[in-house]
Design a protein around this ligand. Sequence first.
Ligand SMILES: [Zn+2]
Length: 255
Amino acid sequence: MLSVTPIPAFSDNYIWLLRQDTSPEACVVDPGDAAPVIQALEQEGLSLGTILVTHHHHDHTGGLPELIERYSPEVIGPDNPAIAGLTQRVGQGDTCRVLGRRFDVHEVPGHTLDHIAFFTAGIPPLLFCGDTLFAGGCGRLFEGSPEQMYRSLQALAALPDDTLVFAAHEYTLANLRFAQEADPHNRDVADALAETQRARDHSRPTLPSQLAREKRINPFLRCADPDVRATASQHGNTETDQSTFATLRAWKDGF
Ligand SMILES: [Zn+2]
C-alpha cells in the first residue's frame, strides 16, 4: 500500500514522502531542503529512488543537489532549464512510473509558467499540486496570468471528487479566513475554519484536503457561485467566472 506523510521544512512547507510498505525505496515531492529529507529517510530506514518536482521555486528545489549527490535518484520535473539535475522532463499528458504506480502529468501554469501537477488514480486518487491549489486557496500569480491560473484550477477541479490534495504549504488557516470574507454565508467554510483552527492549535497538518471538500469551501473554485460573485463584485469585475477569479486573486493579494 502507498502511504504519504509530510516532512515539514522551512516555516510552512511540506515535502511529501511517498513509500510502499513492500519496499525500502521512497519518493519525495518538492524537496526545498535536503536535511529534513535525509533525517526522515534515515529514521525510517529508507533510500530515495525518485524525486518529483512541481516548479522551479527554490523552496521546492533547494535540496536537489545534495539529495542527487547522496542517492542518485530519478528526478522528474517540468521542462525548465533553470532546474538542474532532472533525469526526466515531463509535460501535459506525459506519464511516469513511481513506486509501481502510474502518475499523470498536468501542466498548470499560473503561479509559475513551468508549474506541473502529478496525479495518480487509485483508492483514493492522489494529487501533488505544489503551489497551484491549496486547501481553501490557490497560489499567487508570480509568472502566469489570471486566465492561465483559472484554467489550471478548472482542470484540477475536473479530477475525481475523492482525490486527496497534497499541496506544498500549510496556508489553510489564512486561506479560510479569506474564504470567510469572500463567501460569508457558507456553513462549510465556517466549519472548515473551526476544524483547521483546532488542528493548528495542536500543530497538526491540515493537509491533505479532498477535492470534493475544496469545491465546497475554496472560493477560487467557486467563482460561479452567486454569493461569491456578489461579494467579489465589491472589489472588481465579476462579469464572467474568469474575471471573478481575477478579482478574488487580486483582493486576496492585499488581504
Ligand atoms: Zn512556488
